[in-house]
Design a protein around this ligand. Structure first.
Ligand SMILES: NC(=O)CC[C@H](N)C(=O)O
Length: 248
């Protein structure tokens, strides 16, 4: 892509990782607009005008009903525009609360009817988990965001509803067959089926993940950053954003 890529980061009441997501995109050279959900629903901001679309993490509408539920109802008013962006192959990422939204809208996992076939619900432990975790990268996945990452990366998680549940065995089979599980937990902290931490669509351009890549955009974001090897390490979270640009 010759011209500077343009991204839209969507925010709404209760979102708290929007600025970090904007920052990560700017760090990889993307011109990024932060748009409120109301501006998008009213038509003031058109989602189809971006090259990269990000739904960041947080506690939209206070996690009322379920994490991401109310936000997904608002975003369903521009369902067609989100579909257009995804179907055209542009990178779309839902981080944590954003992943809950993409799932509740029926964009993840891939299914032709865009029905909700999965959900993210309460962690098995019943408590909010906030810690750094090790994640295995599925090298066979079509996910454009995880290309070239190390076999195992570290990112922080911070969620109460990170357990992905999928009842339909066919959906599970399709996910496995398509290598849609791009990231798995080494030590499943929430009880997710298949240890899923990150899931992409069949084409690999739409990606939802519970860990927070925007919170590891600089080596010093890592808790062990004062150790020489970590100071020199590449921040895995930033690589995920960089991959979106590389793909364009
Ligand atoms: N950090 C987040 O985006 C968390 C998502 C949601 N509020 C949860 O607790 O599950």
């Amino acid at each position: 892509m010759k011209k500077k890529a343009k991204a839209i980061v969507v925010r709404t009441a209760g979102i708290n990782c929007d600025i970090e997501s904007v920052n990560a995109l700017k760090m990889v050279g993307v011109q990024t607009d932060l748009a409120h959900t109301n501006e998008i629903v009213s038509g003031k901001v058109k989602l189809t005008n971006c090259d990269i679309l990000v739904f960041p993490g947080g506690f939209s509408y206070g996690d009322d009903i379920a994490g991401g539920k109310i936000w997904s109802v608002h975003m369903s008013k521009v369902f067609k525009d989100i579909s257009t962006v995804i179907d055209s192959g542009r990178p779309v990422m839902g981080i944590c609360n954003g992943f809950q939204v993409l799932t509740k809208l029926g964009f993840l996992p891939t299914n032709k009817e865009h029905k909700q076939v999965a959900s993210l619900t309460f962690n098995d432990s019943g408590v909010f988990i906030d810690k750094w975790v090790k994640l295995k990268v599925n090298k066979s996945s079509p996910c454009i965001f995880t290309k070239g990452l190390d076999d195992v990366i570290e990112l922080p998680i911070a969620h109460g509803e990170g357990k992905i549940i999928i009842d339909d065995k066919k959906v599970l089979q399709n996910i496995v067959a398509a290598n849609a599980v791009a990231l798995t937990y080494e030590d499943n902290p929430n009880g997710s089926v298949l240890d899923i931490a990150g899931l992409c669509n069949d084409k690999g351009n739409c990606f939802g993940l519970m860990p927070h890549p925007e919170r590891y955009a600089e080596p010093f974001h890592h808790p062990a950053w004062t150790r020489k090897e970590m100071r020199d390490a590449k921040a895995a979270g930033l690589m995920i954003f960089k991959n979106a640009v590389k793909y364009l």
